[in-house]
Design a protein around this ligand. Structure first.
Ligand code: NAP
Length: 245
């Protein structure tokens, strides 16, 4: 059992939930962030506590800097430190670019990119004092190759990759590693919205011929945060069944 602390954003469901449970299984104490899914976040906390590991839920809308600051203060007050931050929260508001409203463009940037920036900034202050830490930002293969109907989402995830590399350069001397994960198609509520024919098209582009599970992303997160990856920073790790190579 290690007594390190992991803060996972958007950990009430989907990939974030799997990440929170995987860090708990690795012995980390877990701060479970949620925005709207309070009940689900409390269930995740209860599951983690059933492993004999400390966990607590913290509400914050990551697009609101004041919320993030209050959450980070509360996590440090509760656990005393933060060793791992996973910026997992994300939304989609898909539509063809010519029909996409500025509001839908900005909302996705506000949560996916600005939210990552707010958490990164406030948590890195804590990690700088500790002179150690690992930050993992959830990007997407769409941030690397684009996708028709996802101009806002692709821009936000490409931005997350640039942010990751810049932060990795700024924080390296304080022994803080910053990496990104680029999942392909992972089975969650986010991808369940896609039409059957679009899912079929997607499957044809995956050399491993299966969709990913949230646990596939979670296990890579835990490995990336571990000392085994202590010489890895500023990288984008693809978890996509070979979709982008
Ligand atoms: P999901 O099931 O829709 O979950 C999204 C999570 O983000 C929820 O926990 C939600 O929390 C949280 N969230 C949304 N807005 C938030 C806000 N303003 N503040 C704080 N949290 C917020 O999606 P998912 O598939 O697990 O996706 C997780 C991450 O992986 C996202 O960044 C997504 O872009 C990325 N990703 C997913 C796939 C995929 O195929 N599924 C592929 C590539 C990348 P509440 O429910 O509490 O509001």
């Amino acid at each position: 059992m290690n007594h390190k602390v992991a803060l996972i954003t958007g950990a009430g469901k989907g990939i974030g939930k799997a990440i929170a449970l995987a860090f708990a299984q690795a012995g980390y104490q877990v701060a479970v962030n949620y925005n709207g899914s309070k009940e689900r976040a409390m269930e995740v906390v209860e599951t983690i506590r059933s492993y004999g590991v400390c966990a607590q839920a913290f509400q914050a809308d990551v697009s609101q800097e004041d919320d993030v600051k209050a959450m980070v203060d509360a996590v440090v007050e509760t656990f005393g430190r933060i060793d791992v931050l996973v910026n997992n929260s994300g939304i989609t508001k898909d539509g063809l670019m010519l029909r996409m409203s500025s509001e839908d463009f900005h909302k996705v940037i506000a949560v996916n990119l600005e939210g990552t920036f707010h958490c990164l900034r406030h948590v890195s202050r804590i990690m700088m004092k500790q002179r150690s830490g690992s930050i993992i930002n959830m990007a997407s293969v769409v941030g690397l190759i684009g996708n028709a109907g996802q101009a806002n989402y692709a821009a936000s995830k490409a931005g997350v990759i640039g942010l990751t590399k810049s932060a990795a350069r700024e924080l390296a001397l304080r022994h803080i590693r910053v990496n990104a994960i680029a999942p392909g198609f992972i089975e969650t509520d986010m991808t369940a919205k896609l039409a059957e024919k679009d899912q079929q098209k997607m499957m044809e582009q995956i050399p491993l011929r299966s969709f990913g599970k949230p646990e596939d992303v979670a296990s890579v997160c835990v490995a990336l945060a571990s000392d085994a990856f202590g010489y890895v920073t500023g990288q984008v790790i693809h978890v996509d069944g070979g979709m982008v190579m």
